[in-house]
Design a protein around this ligand. Structure first.
Ligand SMILES: Nc1ncnc2c1ncn2[C@@H]1O[C@H](COP(=O)(O)OP(=O)(O)O)[C@@H](O)[C@H]1O
Ligand SMILES: [Mg+2]
Length: 495
């Protein structure tokens, strides 16, 4: 047994029992304390020896009253606490300030530990001298275990979410600002946590979705029905697009208040590409487009090799003839020759539209430059053609790109009333990104739907999507119209 000399006190100071008749009889307290099994409630004398013991104390600590009465309460403390003289220190504090509270490990009779919440209250005589201490101890082992389990499961969960690479998993506050960010989000979207924390999640959406206020509508739906799922194009930090599967879940607390949103995003670009190439309808459209291109090329070559050549021959004969005729007849023949030459010019134009020869000579940029000159010249539109291509796209991609440009540029000529036009081509994400912007009258909001009922728009989109890419039309930065599309390079390494 450990004895203490830290607390010298008069042990015989128990005569001054309060005799005030309004207080309940002494034994009613004993009854109360004796019925409590959830708390160890016992008294220590001024030196720290146990002088009373209740069933709760017996249950929690394992000692019976006979075993423990008269022993110093330091028997409940582990060796390291004894070395630090903790029990004596606790009594000193209680005697000084009236009360001491602590949580820590305590020992049961069998030597096992339990996590205890302990309150020691100093008891004084009316005279002010220390009579002893009341000690209430609660076994918190279960609660502590539950808390630890929760903490470690939260920690495990945090680590799990942080470490997932295949999914972007992050949280938004109720306003849509990013409040957490995982490794998958960084990998898929290209933004680091520092980039994104506090930013609104609408930065992931392409301009056409922002015009339609899609990010905000998605949150509204999630709040209304709890959940929102979508597939669509999203933007990476570098501006490139990926095809995303997105699930947004609204998070409510127990009181039903909206706390924010969990957002899980998966990059489905590769899967979509496979699905698109496998889809029957796409294959059919692909075959049709291919057949159409072949037919156009055949006609173009026929017109070039046959019709144009024979008209050139006719022109040469007309010139020879004109040289031999008297002047007045020669003038007539020369006018005929001019008409033939104009027809040849128009036929060459037709050949170009059917199949720009530059495409078969592997120069998409030259073909576009040629076409831009044709389109803009008569209208006095100035154009800029910029390109930063890593490599010349293969012919089938080049044709797709050229055809979409052809329609977009025809629209500029027919509808835009533009004075400036800019076309840019760049290698992005294993494909070619094309942007065609004019400063004309603009198309209005494309989400209005009407513009898309025209065949030109449908055809541009179909061509891009059949090739596994995307197409969009939106208001340009300076008014006007911007057509943007991306066509992957087949087998050219995906994003
Ligand atoms: N660059 C543009 N500037 C202004 N309006 C445009 C532009 N491109 C398309 N549009 C509008 O969109 C409509 C749909 O275009 P499209 O589908 O190619 O059909 P079409 O050219 O046969 O009218 C056009 O009729 C025009 O009103
Ligand atoms: Mg059109």
């Amino acid at each position: 047994m450990v004895h203490s000399d830290a607390m010298a006190a008069d042990q015989s100071a128990d005569q001054s029992v309060d005799t005030d008749f309004e207080r309940p009889p002494e034994d009613s307290y004993r009854l109360l304390v004796d019925s409590v099994v959830d708390y160890a409630i016992f008294m220590l004398d001024a030196t720290g020896r146990v002088v009373s013991w209740n069933p709760g104390a017996e249950r929690i600590k394992g000692y019976s009253a006979e075993e423990v009465l008269g022993r110093h309460f330091s028997v409940f403390y582990p060796a390291d606490d004894l070395a630090a003289r903790k029990p004596w220190h606790e009594l000193e504090v209680a005697a000084e300030v009236g009360r001491f509270e602590d949580e820590g490990w305590r020992l049961r009779k069998d030597g096992t530990r339990f996590w205890a919440n302990v309150i020691i209250t100093a008891l004084f005589e009316k005279s002010g001298s220390l009579r002893g201490f009341a000690k209430v101890t609660r076994d918190m082992t279960e609660r502590r275990r539950a808390e630890e389990a929760l903490k470690s499961s939260e920690e495990r969960f945090r680590l799990l979410v942080q470490g997932v690479l295949d999914y972007a998993i992050f949280m938004l506050d109720p306003a849509g600002r990013v409040v957490s960010w995982n490794a998958g989000a960084e990998r898929i979207k290209g933004y680091s946590a520092e980039d994104m924390l506090g930013e609104h999640f609408s930065v992931f959406y392409p301009p056409e979705d922002l015009v339609a206020r899609k990010p905000w509508r998605e949150l509204e739906v999630a709040v209304d029905v709890g959940r929102f799922e979508d597939e669509g194009w999203r933007l990476r930090k570098d501006g490139s697009r990926f095809w995303a599967n997105v699930v947004i879940t609204a998070l409510f607390d127990e009181s039903g208040r909206l706390r924010g949103f969990a957002k899980v995003t998966r990059d489905m670009t590769d899967r979509r590409r496979v699905e698109l190439t496998l889809s029957e309808q796409r294959r059919l459209v692909g075959h049709l487009v291919e057949a159409q291109e072949l037919e156009r090329r055949r006609i173009a070559w026929d017109v070039h090799d046959d019709s144009i050549q024979s008209m050139v021959a006719v022109g040469m004969r007309l010139q020879l003839l004109a040289n031999r005729l008297p002047d007045e007849d020669a003038a007539t023949v020369r006018r005929l020759d001019e008409a033939v030459r104009a027809s040849i010019g128009r036929l060459r134009n037709l050949v170009f539209r059917l199949r720009p020869p530059e495409l078969d000579r592997h120069s998409l940029v030259q073909a576009l430059d040629h076409y831009l000159t044709d389109v803009t010249g008569p209208l006095g539109i100035t154009y800029r053609l910029r390109h930063s291509l890593d490599h010349e796209p293969p012919v089938e991609s080049a044709i797709t790109i050229f055809r979409i440009c052809q329609e977009a540029l025809t629209n500029v000529r027919k509808h835009a009333q533009a004075s400036e036009l800019e076309v840019s081509l760049s290698s992005v994400d294993g494909g070619t990104l094309v942007e065609i912007t004019d400063d004309g009258v603009g198309v209005g909001t494309p989400s209005g739907g009407r513009a898309f009922e025209h065949f030109g728009m449908i055809e541009m989109r179909e061509r891009a999507e059949t090739a596994g890419g995307w197409w969009s039309l939106e208001g340009g930065a300076r008014g006007g119209t911007a057509v943007r599309f991306w066509v992957p390079t087949p087998n050219g390494g995906g994003p």
